[in-house]
Design a protein around this ligand. Sequence first.
Ligand code: F6P
Length: 328
Amino acid sequence: MTKDIKRIAVFTSGGDAPGMNAALRAVVRTASFNDLHVYGIKGGYEGMVDGNLSRLEVRDVGNIIHRGGTILKTARSERFRTPEGRKSAYEALLAFDIDACIGIGGDGTFTGANIFSQEFPDIPLIGVPGTIDNDLYGTDYTIGFDTAVNTAIDAADKIRDTADSHNRLFFVEVMGRHSGFIALNTGIGSGAASVLIPEIETTLEGLVETLRKGAKRKKLFSLVIVAEGNRYGGAAEIAKRVQDSFDYYDTKVAIIGHLQRGGSPTAMDRVLASRLGFGAVEGLIKGEKNVMVGLVNNKIKYTPFEVAIGKTKIPDKDLIRMAEILAI
Ligand code: F6P
């Protein structure tokens, strides 16, 4: 055990993700088991800058494993982007005698953590990947992704019913400003005719061709899953452009939106969050720092922040082809 670590601070940051509470519970309880004191920072980096810390005991994280959102609240902090803001955060941590930090969040969170750890190397930091986007290198899955996909598939199933009744073509938009993992898995799981994601170029001509072939095969309705961050824009824009050249179907648009960020975490997310929260504290104890804890091939792995945020995890292009073949 690194001798100096007695008090750790934990925070959630960036977009919330179902399972963040389960990860927090695991952090607090693993730390307590190892005789470490835990402080919760309210409101992510904003709370760190303001010194908004308070003691978290074992019972404070009771009855939260099944709750969506984050009891610590979250924020996107402009002040933490400035050297002055980070210095205030550092001073606040020193005022509470904090020896190490655990941040639960996504790439923005770890970008901030990486800078902070270079400026203030005496406070080791470990990141826990909590984002519905699943876009972090160094973990097969991020906390919240599975729940978000289940929510999106549930919504797509309902849209499928009405699409079938009316013989309609639906463009269903899911989250993913820069990433298509939610769209891809939703597309496969909901039997969509096509999936459009930011990482892989799909031409609108190609999409129309796929829909045309479907219509020739007497496909009476179709779903197309669109990740919000496409180069053509969101589902509404794409639907309009497709309809201009292919008006065989009555076309509708459904945007699932922030529904995907809430709700009770799935079993997979609860287990993942528990393992990663546990792994974060054990990592700190073993001397890991400035790394993200992840699950790779079902084993805990620590990846330096700069690799986790620097390398891009890309969805498998072949899966889009597979989704289209399975939907003929
Ligand atoms: O990071 C998850 C994510 O849901 C993205 O897919 C989405 O574009 C973004 O957050 C929206 O964030 P906010 O609602 O906080 O602006």
